[in-house]
Design a protein around this ligand. Structure first.
Ligand SMILES: [Cu+2]
Length: 217
């Protein structure tokens, strides 16, 4: 091999390596917004994805770790019926806001009805909020968005879900999701009662039971 041939091959190989690096860079950007599949352990996902949130300066942030029950529930790795289900599943948007026309510290929409295996993208529009399971149908896996800017959660178990923002639960920052049907109606009624007993702001004390009455039957 002459020096010229060697230089040619060396140049080509170098260009290929640079090209691959660029492709990897682009792909990792595309997949930066990660999603949680019901069969996955959200804890391990969260460890791999470092928090990008900046703590809101001057605001109370009681960011709590998930409860023992939530951690245990999330640790279950199981098959999801969505893996074998045919059809087009939709990803809905729920925003976490400091305020909207209905009041302060709200999810928008606070009630949402979705089909089995649809997903919800919880968007932290204003910093310092999370969405975490308070009560859910039996067999479902608890979720916690852990103050990430965007978290997609797929719902594979039918029924009603009550979720809250941990730092603002006492201000009634919570929401209800109906997946497929409302088979756990009685469970939800008593869970909402329990939740509202901890709400400290009189004006929003019945926010969740009102929401429930207006939307679920
Ligand atoms: Cu909040």
């Amino acid at each position: 091999m002459t020096d010229q041939q060697f230089f040619k091959i060396f140049t080509i190989v170098s260009l290929i390596i640079v090209f691959i690096a660029i492709v990897i860079g682009i792909l990792s950007n595309i997949f930066a917004s990660y999603s949680i599949h019901p069969s996955q352990n959200y804890q391990s996902l969260n460890q791999e994805n470092e928090l990008t949130r900046t703590a809101p300066a001057g605001k109370i942030n009681l960011a709590s770790n998930p409860t023992i029950e939530q951690t245990a529930a999330a640790a279950q790795v199981r098959e999801s019926i969505c893996d074998s289900m045919e059809g087009e599943f939709i990803t809905h948007e729920v925003k976490m806001l400091n305020a909207n026309s209905s009041g302060a510290m709200v999810f928008e929409p606070s009630f949402i009805r979705i089909n089995t295996c649809d997903s919800i993208n919880f968007e932290m529009v204003d910093a310092g909020h999370n969405a975490e399971t308070v009560a859910a149908p039996e067999g479902s896996i608890a979720f916690n968005t852990m103050y990430k800017e965007s978290t997609i959660i797929q719902f594979d178990t039918n029924g009603l879900y009550l979720y809250q923002c941990a730092p603002h639960a006492m201000m009634a920052m919570a929401g209800i999701i109906e997946v497929g049907d409302s088979n756990n109606l009685d469970q939800m009624k008593s869970e909402i009662e329990k939740f509202e007993s901890n709400v400290m702001i009189p004006e929003v004390k019945t926010r969740m039971s009102d929401l429930f009455r207006q939307n679920v039957n």
